[in-house]
Ligand binder design. Structure first.
Ligand SMILES: Nc1nc2c(c(=O)[nH]1)N[C@H]1C(S)=C(S)[C@@H](COP(=O)(O)O)O[C@H]1N2
Ligand SMILES: [Mo]
Length: 307
């Protein structure tokens, strides 16, 4: 499939048709790629979701070719060039801290019993570009419920794989390694928050954070941490990479907010990747357009201070 900037898939494929085809493809390809057992195959018949946008998804070439994944370099094309070196099978996630059933869970076990859905979400990078991405994944809340969250837990901490021999970008201290992120527990439990394991009905490509990454669509993209190897429930607010690097520019919350500019640029509008050089910028929406589901999480907070 070659990317044609003048043609979106919706121009050439009726939506229902497209979804059906992808559900079929997803059943075979995604799970083949992940090497998962037969009982799991039924579950990637990923249903469309009421949380999905009907905006035109970006082409796969754009989604995997224009990336931030500093472990593989700081250029937008570096992850596509270099992330193929990352071994994603076998993969396990260490789940611990304030949980009932801590342990090292292999990927199939992390996914076990979690209903996979397609979620077509806007993704708004703090750098003022955006995309629309048809993720396949499951709600983080489902996993946390299964692992059992202790009553004293207030936050969820995440950590990315750190393997310098496979991640050329980590051989220099561009940012502190490993990449870490965190959410408040109620943000983590929100139905919009997913762990993605697929894209366009197939296994997640390495540049996008294979085999499992967080997607929090109402926050700037850097909160959506890739290639997760550790999830820890904590009582204290956990460290978050960009917040450590520059707390004045990157808050812990980092909710998309056109009313709070980055110190070095406006956040009022954004460039949709693939729109072409002359495309008009589109207005950025508060909470990236997901306010009806998440604004209540921040009742009583001053979002210009807790940014
Ligand atoms: N481990 C890790 N996760 C990461 C990043 C990174 O450099 N390392 N970049 C973040 C940023 S800035 C963005 S915008 C999104 C991009 O996700 P995508 O490439 O799948 O669109 O990933 C986020 N997750
Ligand atoms: Mo980003």
């Amino acid at each position: 499939m070659r990317f044609r900037p003048d043609l979106g898939w919706s121009d050439v494929t009726p939506r229902a048709d497209f979804l059906n085809r992808r559900q079929l493809i997803g059943g075979a390809a995604a799970l083949g790629g992940l090497g998962l057992a037969a009982p799991l195959r039924a579950e990637i018949q990923a249903a469309p979701s009421r949380y999905s946008t009907d905006e035109t998804p970006n082409a796969l070439e754009e989604i995997s070719g224009y990336c931030n994944f500093y472990e593989f370099g700081t250029g937008k094309g570096d992850p596509e060039k270099n992330a193929g070196q990352m071994t994603t099978d076998p993969w396990s996630v260490e789940i611990g801290g304030l949980v009932e059933r801590p342990g090292r869970y292999d990927l199939a076990d992390v996914m076990k019993g979690q209903p996979l859905e397609e979620r077509i979400y806007r993704l708004r990078c703090v750098e003022a570009w955006s995309m629309v991405v048809p993720w396949i994944g499951f709600q983080l809340s489902g996993l946390l419920d299964r692992i059992g969250v202790q009553p004293s837990a207030k936050y969820v901490a995440f950590e990315t794989l750190y393997r310098p021999e496979e991640m050329p970008g980590t051989r220099r201290p561009v940012i502190p390694w490993p990449y870490v992120e965190g959410l408040r527990l109620d943000e983590a439990m929100n139905p919009l928050t997913i762990l993605a394991t697929g894209l366009y009905g197939e296994a997640l490509p390495n540049p996008n954070g294979a085999p499992i990454r967080l997607v929090v669509p109402w926050k700037y993209g850097f909160k959506s941490i890739k290639s997760i190897v550790r999830i820890t429930l904590t009582e204290e607010q956990p460290p978050a990479t960009w917040n450590i690097v520059n707390p004045r520019e990157y808050g812990f919350y980092s909710n998309v907010n056109p009313e709070v500019d980055h110190p070095r640029w406006s956040q009022a509008s954004e460039r949709r990747v693939g729109g072409g050089f002359f495309a008009a910028k589109i207005p950025t929406q508060k909470f990236n357009g997901y306010g009806e589901y998440v604004a209540g999480l921040y009742d009583g907070m001053d979002l210009t201070k807790s940014f």
